[in-house]
Design a protein around this ligand. Sequence first.
Ligand code: ATP
Ligand code: MG
Length: 327
Amino acid sequence: MSTLLSVEDLSIDYGRRNPVHAVRNVSLSIEEDEFVGLVGESGCGKSTLGFAIARLERPPAQIVGGRIHIGGNDWMSMDAESMRKARWETVSVVLQSGMNALNPIMTIGAQFRDVMEQHGHRGRRAIEERAVEVLDLVQIRPEVLRRYPHELSGGMKQRIAIALSLVLRPKLVIMDEPTTALDMVVQRQILENLKALRHQQSFAMLFISHDLGLVLELVDRVVVMYAGEIIEEQSSRGLLKHAWHPYTRALMDSLPDPENPKGSYQGIPGSPPDLHVIPEACMYAPRCPLVQESCRTSTPSLETFQDVQSRCPVTRQEVVDGVGVRS
Ligand SMILES: Nc1ncnc2c1ncn2[C@@H]1O[C@H](COP(=O)(O)OP(=O)(O)OP(=O)(O)O)[C@@H](O)[C@H]1O
Ligand SMILES: [Mg+2]
């Protein structure tokens, strides 16, 4: 496998005067065909990062440092025309409100034609065949091509948005909470569609969600953000065995009990910090049950140990001492 996406040291602020440092020094890579999940509480910077990777950031968001390469191409210095072409063809995006991104006055078929024609595809029949093929991937029948969005349910529209995102065979699809607005049954159907998809078309995915349980079912590797930084990164399989960072552990502990899925949702006590002034300390220290004095006076770095990246020296030491067992 080779690296498809490489983000190095990326920082994004909102505003210039008294900025919010929403994403700080994030480095992240995704291999071809790999599914990666990006998780963390509301406001930790997931969408800001995902949008910037697709170069869809809008003022007051501003990339203030770092590099993004996709398929070896410098994604930061691309001109507008190359960017327009690359969108859909190299990277496509599905949003929580993706279903609302469908044009209400065009049939679904016309929207597929529109995207494909804008990218140089010609021939009504060939375009329709490709649309039918990707709709089939999300189990939608060809008849919908003649329908308007208002005639379809939210779940169908979101599946159509997913099909549309795949129509030009992009190398990377960024999905930002694609199922959050839908009810549980429809969420589940879409999750099953997404799981099956990767066996049918080759692409990599960055799946953004606050729902770690959902993410663990779908992706190969999980990246956990807290207050604008990556605090842990490891394989889904590894994470299910042992979460390293105390924040990741809190996220794991807040997952509903599979034996009692209707049981009460345990939130994490406390709230995330203000991102205007970044202290010389661990950002999670005020909420951390394992906090030590050094956590309040120095910024821990993200370090790799046993294939896990974690920003917590305290729990890393547990593993070294054999308290946190890695089998
Ligand atoms: N337009 C804006 N102006 C100023 N700050 C912003 C703006 N948009 C977002 N932020 C701040 O940037 C930070 C990251 O927000 P972002 O939307 O990326 O988080 P998120 O992880 O996607 O959250 P959610 O799970 O709620 O979608 C938050 O602290 C937020 O308050
Ligand atoms: Mg978001």
